[in-house]
Design a protein around this ligand. Sequence first.
Ligand code: PSU
Ligand code: MN
Length: 287
Amino acid sequence: MRIRTLEPARVALESAVITHGLPRPQNLEAARQMQTAIRAADAVPAIVAVLSGTPCIGISDDELVELANHPAPSKIALHNLSLACAMRWTGGTTVSATAYLAHRAGIQVMATGGIGGVHRDGRDISSDLPTLARTPILVVCSGAKVILDLPATREWLETHGIPIVGYQTDELPGFYVARTGLRVDATVEDVDALIALWEAHQAMGTAMLVVQPPPAAHAFSEPEMRALLEQALHEAEQAGIRGSATTPWLLARLAQLSGGRTVQTNLALLCANASLAGQLAARLSTR
Ligand code: PSU
Ligand code: MN
């Protein structure tokens, strides 16, 4: 493992969103904007990725450019992290591999767009979930991705002892949409209240999710998203898309169907989450 800095106010950023979640050139733009948002909050961004077999906690801008433009990057989750190291792969780490590595590097806070969860077929469960169930880390996100079975994902989190805290919201957001009708476990209005909850939870050994809706100017309405999603899910089934290809395929199809609007929403929510994570990390580092 290569750790770039030991600065206490670090925020880990996953990189599967760079290699598999967003099209070029918005992927590079997203990564840079997230880093800027974290620095503006007086914290230090650490993009987590695997470069030629080395798990990296923090990468240089040259390395980021290379990763964002890599012709065939791997999607690295927990099941293939060790293989990626042994076989010298280069790739983006999902929330699962990122949380695992960040925790080992002593980082308490990470940011992403939407976590993985229980897929709608009910059989495919993202390794993000079991990893969060055994990793004490504070994850700032906009809920789970709307392509998933959100009620089942919410139940899974509850079963496995992962609290969901709404930041200025009482509902679980659905990534591109602000509301899902699913409740959060607690709502807080400011960063200090979040810190108090995290300090109470930390010793439990599981992650805590902090969720906030996508910025209002970019959010999709529920009926709008339902129509796009119905078509994308139907097409994915027809095309026989399975396993780890599912999430990237659906995100890319939604981007096409919405004329690029979902990409703008994704960018906006990633930056907002990075900013909040930066504020949390900065505050935690002074305690
Ligand atoms: N957040 C985004 N876009 C993404 C992802 C998160 O805004 O593409 C990635 C994360 O890396 C997450 C992964 O861990 O999607 C989930 O993939 P899967 O469902 O295959 O576990
Ligand atoms: Mn899967």
